[in-house]
Design a protein around this ligand. Structure first.
Ligand code: NAD
Length: 285
């Protein structure tokens, strides 16, 4: 299987813009696709901001011109056929809506060359939920990035039972060549590896708080000192953002999650305390 050289990213929102910029920073020819000129205008602003972030974070080479040359490796378009006409790999990062994603894959199936590999960045859908719409289940899998990918630089690669092993290996290699640590997942699993570990930890921490067992500071201190981890669960909640934590808890049927959603709303959301982004959450920044 030839190495991946040309990459198209569908959706230039929070994650899509980071995925596109990260690949461009590492020398890939990247096409970024979004719905219309307004969205592309926002994408341009996001890319410029990312160049500044990579420089400020001192990512290797960023201050020696690589942050700017990445911008030169990025092409933007609102024409889907044009976007995918020469793509070795298409990474889809459009909103987390099953039907929207399926419709997009059906269009892609007709427009993309037969060689093109499709990959979804979906956090909560399994690639099996989407594979039939791709028309090429053997060339389809998930590549899941974490937010702030220049720092949290893992890429979880997860196929379905239909994914060709050579396609899987090519995407793992692409992840490595674009500055990420590939996490090879051998079996389809909701939550991948990261969220399969993280979500139970965060839920347990929320339970300890709501049951009045210990304060957020004590719970975090316990985790940090006893495991050597740099952050405790409530510090993680503040980084993820309490609005996201609230949305996830509120949409769960579980009684403990519902109680935690109510707690977050009363003490944090309604007071505009959304975590690190607003300067205050469980901690003040
Ligand atoms: P977002 O809402 O910030 O961005 C979505 C982008 O897709 C927007 O620019 C929108 O204009 C565009 N879009 C909408 N419909 C489209 C279509 N039909 N074709 C092309 N583009 C379209 O969303 P996000 O947070 O970047 O999430 C995107 C995907 O990434 C989701 O599947 C999500 O699960 C996943 N993800 C998000 C995070 C995160 O922290 N935000 C982390 C990992 C994975």
């Amino acid at each position: 299987m030839p190495a991946i050289k040309t990459v198209t990213v569908l959706g230039t929102g929070v994650l899509g813009s980071q995925i596109a910029y990260q690949a461009a920073f590492h020398g890939f020819a990247v096409t970024a696709y979004d719905l219309d000129d307004d969205a592309l205008e926002q994408a341009r602003a996001r890319f410029a901001k990312l160049a500044g972030i990579y420089r400020a974070a001192n990512i290797a080479g960023a201050t020696d011109g690589k942050a700017e040359s990445a911008l030169g490796n990025l092409r933007l378009t609102a024409d889907l056929a044009d976007a995918v006409s020469d793509a070795d790999l298409v990474i889809e990062a459009v909103p987390e809506l099953l039907q929207l994603k399926r419709d997009l894959y059906r269009k892609l199936a007709e427009l993309a060359p037969a060689r093109t590999i499709f990959a979804t960045n979906s956090s909560t859908l399994l690639p099996s939920d989407l594979k039939e719409s791709t028309g090429r289940p053997d060339r389809f899998l998930a590549i899941h990035y974490a937010n702030n990918i220049w720092a949290q630089n893992i890429a979880e690669v997860m196929g379905t039972g239909d994914t060709d092993a050579q396609v899987f290996d090519a995407v793992v290699e692409f992840a490595r060549n674009s500055g990420l640590e590939p996490i090879e997942i051998k079996k389809e699993k909701a939550g991948y590896v990261l969220n399969s570990l993280l979500v139970p930890l965060l839920n347990a921490a929320a339970g300890l708080l709501l049951q009045g067992v210990a304060s957020p500071e004590t719970i975090d201190k316990t985790w940090r000192i006893a495991t050597g981890a740099p952050s405790g669960p409530f510090q993680i909640f503040d980084v993820v953002g309490l609005a996201t934590a609230y949305n996830i808890a509120a949409s769960s049927p579980d009684a403990g999650s519902q109680a935690f959603a109510g707690y977050l709303k009363e003490h944090y959301i309604d007071k505009g305390k959304l975590g690190v982004a607003t300067g205050e959450g469980f901690y003040t920044y």
